[in-house]
Design a protein around this ligand. Structure first.
Ligand code: ADP
Ligand code: MG
Length: 237
């Protein structure tokens, strides 16, 4: 799905947290929103999710304005830092849960959940409870649950920040593989430069609610637009 933000602003209280954001995310593209804490990354993601409404401007999915479309009708999958699984449900039941809410028939639910579990390589652990899984495996369950609805847009907010260094690298590759396998348009919020540069097709550098530069990782690295970007990315001087 192609995503467009047109002159999007978001005001909380009396301050514009996002100011005139213009951005296009092409169908199938993996974009990272990268910037220091408080620059408005999560706010942007929540507007794409429909949880926050822009104060000004439009968000378009495949050319259609979706400002008034509820989150549940946006065909999105979400994965956040705290990927709360239901502790009393098995892996299979956790993954099936969104389909149950959508009233998908039981037999199809099981089939689709098993496919999603296979995608994240958990098909041998379907009957386990979350407490019987490692942190990385729990994260995979959350990822399977995010994609089981076959969303057109995957929204990730600092999905790896709770994982240790080794797991981080493993899950980076895993998320990337799944994203490519599904060909799903993906927007990932991160404050980790390396994560953004290694995973994304394009990186949007944000500062104080504005888009400073939006480029492919190598272009950012070799042609930073200003000192802030160069410093933030760690480009060679
Ligand atoms: P980031 O994800 O880049 O760290 P956020 O988008 O979470 O930044 O926040 C950007 C700014 O907006 C911060 O100053 C934050 O305090 C403010 N903010 C975020 N959500 C709300 C809210 N619901 N009400 C008021 N202020 C908010
Ligand atoms: Mg955030």
């Amino acid at each position: 799905m192609r995503i467009e933000l047109r002159n999007v602003s978001k005001r909380f209280d009396k301050a514009d947290v996002i100011e005139n954001l213009n951005m296009v995310i092409e169908d199938g593209e993996f974009v990272a929103l990268l910037g220091p804490s408080g620059c408005g990354k999560s706010t942007t993601l929540l507007m794409l999710a429909g949880i926050y409404k822009p104060t000004k401007g439009d968000i378009l999915f495949d050319g259609q304005i979706v400002n008034e479309v509820e989150p549940k009708d946006r065909k999105i999958g979400m994965l956040f830092q705290s990927y709360a699984l239901y502790p009393h449900m098995t892996v299979l039941e956790n993954i099936m849960f969104p389909l149950k809410q959508m009233k998908v028939p039981k037999k199809e639910r099981v089939e689709r959940a098993k496919e999603a579990a296979a995608l994240v390589k958990l098909d041998h652990l379907l009957d386990r409870l979350p407490s019987e899984l490692s942190g990385g495996q729990q994260q995979r369950v959350a990822l399977a649950r995010a994609v089981v609805k076959e969303p057109k847009l995957l929204l990730l907010d600092e999905p790896l920040s709770n994982l240790d260094a080794r797991l981080k690298i493993e899950m980076r590759e895993e998320i990337k593989r799944i994203q490519q396998e599904l060909g799903i348009t993906t927007v990932m919020v991160t404050h980790d430069q390396e994560e953004a540069l290694t995973m994304a097709d394009r990186v949007a550098i944000m500062k104080d609610g504005e888009l400073v530069q939006y480029s492919k990782p190598l272009d950012l690295y070799h042609h930073p637009k200003n000192y802030f970007v160069a410093h933030f990315i760690g480009s060679p001087p």
